[in-house]
Ligand binder design. Structure first.
Ligand SMILES: Nc1ncnc2c1ncn2[C@@H]1O[C@H](COP(=O)(O)OP(=O)(O)O)[C@@H](O)[C@H]1O
Ligand SMILES: [Mg+2]
Length: 465
């Protein structure tokens, strides 16, 4: 999943988009609504107190036989004008809208109001924005008018405070929700990441089904499909292996017969002109027989690595001693000095595969080291680390070839036209099947080849991990 290309849709991004888009639209709308709803009653309270001043001023309008009178003491006027943070203006007009008292500019524009009728509006007085409350007041048989205006400083201050408060809470809320969305999507996708890590770290041979209990319910169908795929792949490769093993097995008998017959033919009296041909046939038959048995051991090592066959205790010293019976005569024939330095070396593993591994290493050493060379096999075990070494002082393998020759059908510069390139591949497979390590390096004095297989006991592996 980490290798997802830019073009493939990201689950996390689309989750985030669907969470954040509505959030970014709704949050400002909700904040705006909250602002409007809270501002309205606050402004109404301002209008209310303005209205109270209007009423108290209205009380000073009197009708007397001399006509309309407006009498307000200087002290009252001062208190009306100064007990506010804002500047206050007022005006009282008679029935014909004639000025009775107050600040003339506030009388403009004239408006008509019935008795007890209120009118609130915004206007400008002396170049200042004001809020005006106007009331029709009964004066005799007619209707007078009282208007009071107040500059809007306090209202603006309130509006600004509320705006700042709403913006701040919107910001905090949005930030908190964005963080929560990010955390939620990452956390929600954690099991998917775990799943992909688990799949990514699997070896090709590990086709055990994924545990459905470890993944979220939404991914169970995917896991189910992957598991079914695993099953099919497993069955397919098992069938392939079985076919390979069968084919190799079927080939073994006729090839062995061919090899024996060819060797016999070489030894029988025959016309001299046939001699070279018979030798080539015999050599080819030997190679073919060996190839057949190598294919069989490859198929078996695959099958054993996959089926996790229970392991047995194998002493590599014992295994090598048995092999010596077969290999010492061959070494003599090849004029090779084959020596053994064997100490008890117990491992847990599969004796058949370990035997194949050793056979292939010895075969290589005797084949490639050349006449007059020395070959030494060592086994030993110290503090939970068990080693098997096959060392020769022949031409060795160039460092840049050491990786490559481990692959199937890869032969080196020293192949002498004899091998098939399967020997070291088998060694490498067996090493892997045993969880061991394989090292190819030059032998003592920088000459020849040293192949070292290192087995660590499970307890030791755990300690050093
Ligand atoms: N002991 C050795 N000394 C020199 N070269 C070696 C030795 N063992 C293996 N090689 C080289 O590694 C190649 C691969 O070996 P292997 O996988 O056994 O295939 P094969 O022996 O069938 O060619 C050989 O072709 C040979 O060139
Ligand atoms: Mg070989």
């Amino acid at each position: 999943m980490s290798a997802a290309s830019g073009a493939s849709p990201s689950l996390r991004r689309s989750l985030l988009l669907w969470l954040l888009w509505p959030l970014l639209l709704i949050a400002p709308a909700a904040a705006g609504l909250q602002y409007v709803l809270a501002l309205k009653p606050a402004l109404r309270a301002f209008d209310h107190s303005l209205g109270a001043t209007v009423i108290s001023i209205g009380n000073f309008v009197r009708t007397s036989p001399q006509g309309l009178q407006f009498e307000m003491s200087a002290q009252t006027e001062r208190s009306i004008r100064t007990n506010q943070t804002d500047a206050v203006f007022y005006v009282v007009t008679g029935p014909q809208r004639e000025l009775l008292a107050g600040d003339p500019p506030l009388a403009e524009p004239p408006i008509s109001l019935a008795a007890q009728e209120w009118h609130f509006y915004d206007a400008r007085v002396f170049e200042q924005a004001v809020r005006v409350a106007a009331l029709g007041v009964v004066c005799g048989d007619a209707v007078c008018q009282v208007r009071v205006a107040q500059t809007t400083g306090a209202r603006e201050a309130l509006r600004n405070d509320m705006l700042a408060g709403t913006a701040l809470s919107l910001l905090l809320l949005t930030a908190a929700l964005v963080v929560a969305a990010l955390v939620a999507t990452s956390r929600g996708l954690l099991p998917m990441h775990r799943l992909s890590r688990q799949l990514g770290s699997r070896s090709l041979a590990d086709l055990r089904p994924l545990a459905a209990s470890e993944v979220p319910r939404e991914a169970i169908t995917v896991v189910g499909a992957v598991n079914r795929l695993f099953e099919r792949v497993d069955a397919g490769s098992a069938a392939q292996q079985a076919f390979l093993a069968d084919a190799a097995h079927q080939l073994r008998t006729p090839l062995a017969t061919l090899q024996t017959e060819a060797e016999l033919a070489v030894m029988q009296p025959h016309p001299p002109e046939l001699s070279a041909t018979l030798h080539r046939i015999s050599a080819a038959a030997t190679r073919a027989a060996r190839l057949g048995s190598q294919l069989l051991s490859l198929a078996r090592s695959d099958a054993i690595a996959r089926s996790a066959t229970p392991t047995e205790a194998v002493d590599l010293k014992h295994l090598t001693s048995l092999a010596a019976n077969e290999w010492v005569p061959r070494a003599l024939a090849a004029q090779i000095d084959l020596g053994f330095e064997l100490q008890s070396a117990a491992v847990n593993g599969n004796a058949f595969l370990l035997q194949e591994m050793l056979d292939n290493l010895l075969h290589n050493a005797l084949t490639y080291a050349g006449a007059g060379a020395q070959v030494t096999v060592r086994t030993n075990s110290t503090r939970g680390v068990t080693r098997l070494e096959v060392e020769d002082n022949g031409p060795g393998i160039a460092p840049e070839d050491r990786e490559r020759v481990l692959q199937r059908f890869q032969r080196g510069a020293q192949n002498l036209g004899r091998g098939s390139g399967l020997g070291l591949a088998i060694v490498s497979d067996v090493v892997k099947a045993h969880g061991a390590r394989l090292l190819l390096k030059e032998g003592a004095d920088g000459k020849g080849l040293l192949v070292r297989v290192t087995f660590e006991s499970a307890a030791r592996r755990q300690n050093t991990a």
